[in-house]
Design a protein around this ligand. Structure first.
Ligand code: UDP
Ligand code: MG
Length: 309
């Protein structure tokens, strides 16, 4: 039996040794084989050197380096691609996902037969009011649009190798790990944990990255926003019909400027139709565009398990 621990790092040079030191005794105490797959998500500081030297000291640690910053989601994809354990544990590199929970996760997986063990936040740690508000707003919207309730969900999860095999078959490029792992199903259970304070560095999520992730999440799980554009077109069409009737009446009463009536009618009608069609086409276009590009999700420039030339 082999456990894979998957961790993305982005500009965490100070954090890498702290995290690995905290992780090692816990993994050693499991009494089974393990590997750690660490991904450097295009860091600009000394993160790669820290990962490489960790790999040099311990053959069970494999480090991958991205050619640039592709984002945490891509780093998780790369790690899930590379891992070959019977169970994969995905966690953050900043110890906000406490490694002390790992033995319990493994117990639930091995003894109770759960294929997905999800870490859920029992407290969100110290967080600004704004970020808590945004999280509530996003998860509320996501639940309504997709039907999956991810409130308090986290990326701290154990996945059985069968779940990982299904994950690898997913074709989409902009993944949303939290949502997709819920979408995959399988026998699942939850383990509560407290979000610890960050020891070194600060959160790597800029507001821009968070907005992008939220938009990716919502558009890849629901076509409703695009359908709302069509709805808008329909409403405009109805409005333009009402306006059209009024314009016609004024024309029949003889108090409209000549020729204007036809122009107004046409503009209203065509405008409504264009909105309606654009919404419909956009619905398909956005989906096709993303799929058709077919770019790789990430590019690995260095891998400690691959011989470098
Ligand atoms: N991370 C990453 N790429 C990024 C941003 C973050 O690999 O572009 C990693 C980061 O190094 C950390 C994990 O994702 O290990 C969670 O990031 P962070 O702690 O900044 O997020 P937060 O805890 O604020 O949600
Ligand atoms: Mg964090």
């Amino acid at each position: 039996m082999k456990i894979s621990v998957l961790i993305p790092f982005y500009n965490e040079e100070k954090q890498v040794p702290i995290t690995l030191a905290a992780l090692r005794p816990i993994l050693d105490s499991l009494g089974c084989d393990y590997e750690a797959v660490l991904v450097d998500d295009g860091s600009t500081d000394g993160t790669w050197d820290a990962l490489r030297s960790a790999s040099a000291q311990d053959a069970r640690i494999r480090s991958l380096r991205f050619s640039r910053n592709f984002g945490k989601e891509a780093a998780l994809c790369a790690a899930l691609e590379a891992a070959d354990g019977d169970a994969c544990i995905v966690m953050d590199g900043d110890l906000q996902h406490p490694p002390e929970v790992i033995p319990e996760m493994i117990h639930l997986w091995r003894e109770e037969g759960f294929e997905v063990v999800e870490g859920v936040k029992s407290s969100r740690g110290h967080e600004s009011l704004a970020s808590r508000f945004n999280a509530t707003l996003f998860y509320g919207l996501f639940r309504r649009l997709s039907g999956f309730d991810l409130e308090n969900a986290s990326d701290f999860k154990l996945l059985d190798r069968r779940v990982v095999a299904e994950w690898r078959r997913l074709g989409e490029h902009d993944t949303f790990f939290r949502g997709l792992s819920a979408w995959l199903g399988f026998r699942r259970c939850k383990v509560p944990f407290d979000v610890a304070e960050r020891k070194a560095g600060r959160s790597k999520w800029s507001p821009f990255k968070l907005v992008r992730l939220s938009l990716n999440a919502i558009t890849s799980f629901s076509a409703l926003p695009l359908q709302l554009v069509s709805l808008l077109g329909a409403v405009l069409l109805v409005l333009s019909l009402a306006l059209g009737v009024q314009t016609l009446v004024r024309f029949l009463q003889g108090n409209a400027a000549d020729g204007f009536t036809t122009v107004i009618l046409l503009v209203l009608l065509i405008g409504g139709c264009i909105m309606l069609s654009l919404g419909l086409i956009g619905l398909y276009l956005a989906r096709i565009f993303d799929e058709v590009k077919g770019r790789p999700r990430f590019i690995v420039s260095e891998d400690t398990r691959r011989r470098s030339r």
